[in-house]
Design a binder for this molecule. Sequence first.
Ligand code: NAD
Length: 394
Amino acid sequence: MKTNHYNLQTDRRKFLKGFTFTLGGTLLGMPLLSHSMDQHIGNLAYEAGTSQTGSQQKKKMGIALVGLGQYSTNELAPALQETQHCYLAGVVTGTPSKAEAWKKKYNIPDKNIYSYDTFDQIANNKDIDIVYVVLPNAMHAEYTIRAARAKKHVICEKPMATTLEDAQRMLDACRENGVQLAIGYRLHFEPFHQRVMELGQKQVYGKVKQIEARNSSDMTDGSLDVWRLNKQLAGGGSLMDLGIYCVQGAIYTMGKPPVAVTARYGEVTKPNYFHSVEQSINWQMEFADGVKAECNTSYADEENLLSAKAEKGWWRLSPAYAYEGKKGETHEGKIDLPNIYEQVRQMDGQAHSFMKNQPSIVPGEMGLRDMRVLMAIYESANAGGKRVEIRYGG
Ligand code: NAD
């Protein structure tokens, strides 16, 4: 499969230690530029924390990856070899041969290897503090809820769920069991996107006037038998998988979520691939002050852009969402920032906030907020482009 998003990463840049910058984040209507990387990563210096899920002082939190597909295999497990606040403590897999291979490769003890059937016994395992759900989208809810009942903090991959009801059940389960839930929104921990948050939210070049976001990845030279093409497992097509980055990008550029959306499905040019989920979708997000974000996503194209025009200037990231090779410029010239191993940053940041019992900068509530936007986009597209107002918090 030729994609910008799922590339195998073999030649990783090393995690840049000691590089500090402002962290931005947005949740519902609140611009959050108050966090600093120092706060979240402890300036990358080791700081002993007490895990909320265990009483002993832990140097590093143990993570169990659930689902050993391409993202776990090629990105998360290698990243966990470089993290400072967490490590790969266990795995949950339905495939015994994978369990065997991972056990050897990462030196994982037998007692920390689970199948989907034995997963709930993880409640008795003190090595595991965090369960990271890296399964097909429709399975996120079940495994997040089971992890919460086992009193483990949860990191859940994007999109958080496939329905609003599931997303709410996940939040409720984590709240009821006193554990934290964070979404795998890696770009909040990444320098180019943090610069975009700063440029937009701090109005460095004046107020944002217009946003454009495009994220497309061609899936049409690969297998037809993949869960991403199956609505029951994926919840939707390119929007759920790739368009969500455009939704996020526009929201953290503005520091607030959109009030309404208008959307239309694109033409289906590859019907053998796209009879269950959408091939492409174009949508517009409308913010309270009238600013519009024009967005597009497709599973049959290659695009990778997040850009904005402001009163006194402009900026653009392209490629914006790929794991590596991000490039950025403003009307003043090149944005000169390092490409980092962002999954290392993400998991360290999330583990550190769990350790400190502070909410993550990418909490479950942010996942639910984004689900509301995604569902409104589908509602609009299904109604032939009708303007749909988004209700938050109800
Ligand atoms: P994948 O198909 O490579 O892996 C899915 C895993 O789930 C496999 O190990 C598979 O065996 C397992 N599985 C269990 N039950 C299954 C079932 N009924 N059908 C299919 N697979 C089943 O997928 P992936 O690319 O690793 O994606 C997993 C999750 O991670 C998705 O939610 C995806 O959106 C997310 N993801 C996030 C990023 C990111 O940058 N944050 C990147 C890639 C994937």
